[in-house]
Design a protein around this ligand. Structure first.
Ligand code: G6P
Ligand code: MN
Length: 439
């Protein structure tokens, strides 16, 4: 049985991930679960909920809650990382500062994602170093920390040999919706996909060897990437703002006549429409703080008071996916999953060393990317511009370079002019004083 540490133990996602682990104990046996967080207060609020989820399934798994990295990682076999540097109060800034300039306010796309990247790269590297110091030498870090594309590139640049696998639940969430539309379990889909994280396209959706993407496109043209009644099987992506996001795929499809775009492309390709519908005073960070966080904290309190735990946290593909990936790493299952990997020719006409999102076989030694071939000029060009923006942001972080940060902001498709880029960057520097390296 494994020792698993969750870095970012105080996240609202932790109970859902642990629940997913509990229903998979036969596939992924656990001796101990450790929660690790630098925010002790937040983690200690969530911990009793997590302990209850564990005890409902197992009496024998040891449960440890700590802010000490040595206690957290000593001898660990797996680390699930989900840090949010600056927490939701900084996500709020990431979203609101661009919006004040009429630019998309989003946690991973546009200036918000770049700002979040500047906060996260160096703490992520610190975490890797701690894990390498204390954990089992063969330990894997499975990393959900956002902005995943930039974090992956930062890790590649600064710790190229680290055993880190960067993942995102968006492709698999899309596959869950495809499965719901087609009436088949998502595990029966085999997809081809190319791109960067939160910036890519499905090119084939095979069910029993037959490509069902044409049928899906017909459905999406009418209802978006949702079942007709929008009844969702995953609570994580079924609130009104997510329903809107899934529906917004419709207009994108005219421009990608064969493929199915990742929903995040709407922020880059129809930013005006996104901004027109965003409330600059109440963004997604506010929604999450007032809904997901409040519900979970209230449930934790109620549990303390009554001993009864209300069902107030996310279970679904987010947790299920990270457990699937960990199983494949642990037992060399060579399962095919969409993950973020070094390109190595998987997308023939993108740089060999770009961090791309493609299907890969997950082995005990890491992901083996599947060749997706060369992509059309239109997509290649969009990808190259986004890649350049992300790579310059990573270089800005490493070198403390204002000029490179400004170039990264200017190259981002959500940012209309260089004046916008500078004004937003300068405001963000002030807001991120505690977190960013000096530029
Ligand atoms: C999806 C994405 C994540 C992102 C999350 C935000 O799951 O893959 O990268 O962090 O959505 O969801 P939220 O509910 O916090 O807005
Ligand atoms: Mn993601």
């Amino acid at each position: 049985p494994f020792i698993l540490s969750i870095a970012g133990g105080g996240s609202t996602y932790t109970p859902g991930i642990v629940k997913s682990l509990m229903v998979r104990l036969e596939d992924f046996p656990l001796a101990e679960i450790r929660l690790y967080d630098i925010d002790e207060a937040r983690q200690s609020t969530i911990a009793p909920v997590v302990e209850k989820v564990i005890r409902d399934h197992s009496q024998s798994i040891k449960f440890t809650v700590t802010s000490d990295p040595e206690a957290a990682f000593s001898g660990a076999h797996f680390v699930f990382a989900q840090m949010r540097v600056g927490q939701y109060k900084m996500r709020e800034q990431d979203e609101k500062i661009p919006l004040r300039h009429g630019v998309v306010g989003q946690e991973t796309c546009g200036p918000g994602g770049l700002a979040y990247g500047l906060r996260t790269i160096l703490p992520m590297v610190e975490l890797i170093d701690l894990v390498e110091r204390y954990a089992d030498k063969r330990a894997w870090i499975v990393n959900y920390s956002n902005p995943a594309a930039i974090v992956a590139e930062g890790v590649r640049r600064l710790r190229p040999d680290a055993r880190v696998l960067n993942i995102c639940d968006m492709p698999v969430a899309a596959m869950r919706n495809m499965g719901a539309i087609l009436g088949v379990d998502r595990h029966k889909l085999e997809v081809d996909y190319f791109g960067l994280n939160h910036f890519g396209w499905f090119t084939r959706v095979l069910v029993d060897g037959e490509d069902r993407l044409p049928q899906l496109r017909e459905h999406i043209a009418r209802f978006g990437l949702l079942t007709e009644d929008a009844a969702q099987t995953d609570p994580q992506h079924s609130d009104p703002s997510w329903v809107k996001t899934w529906r917004n795929i419709k207009p994108l499809m005219d421009h990608f006549p064969e493929y199915l775009p990742n929903p995040y492309l709407q922020y880059y390709l129809m930013p005006n429409e996104i901004v027109a519908h965003q409330d600059p005073n109440y963004t997604r960070a506010n929604e999450v703080m007032n809904d997901r966080e409040k519900k979970l904290f209230a449930a934790a309190q109620e549990y303390q008071r009554t001993g009864i735990l209300p069902d107030a946290f996310h279970v679904g593909v987010h947790g299920a996916f990270i457990v699937d990936v960990a199983c494949s790493l642990a037992f060399d299952l060579r399962q095919r999953h969409l993950v973020i990997v070094e390109n190595k020719g998987a997308i023939a006409n993108l740089p060999y060393d770009a961090m791309v999102e493609v299907p890969a076989y997950i082995t005990a030694n890491g992901p083996e990317p599947v060749r997706m071939g060369a992509v059309p000029l239109f997509h290649q060009t969009l990808l190259m511009q986004q890649l350049a923006s992300e790579q310059l942001l990573v270089e800005a972080t490493i070198e403390g370079s204002y000029e490179k940060a400004l170039q990264a902001f200017t190259l981002n498709r959500t940012v209309p002019t260089m004046q916008h880029a500078k004004a937003i960057l300068d405001e963000m520097i002030a807001a991120n004083r505690e977190y960013w390296p000096a530029l």
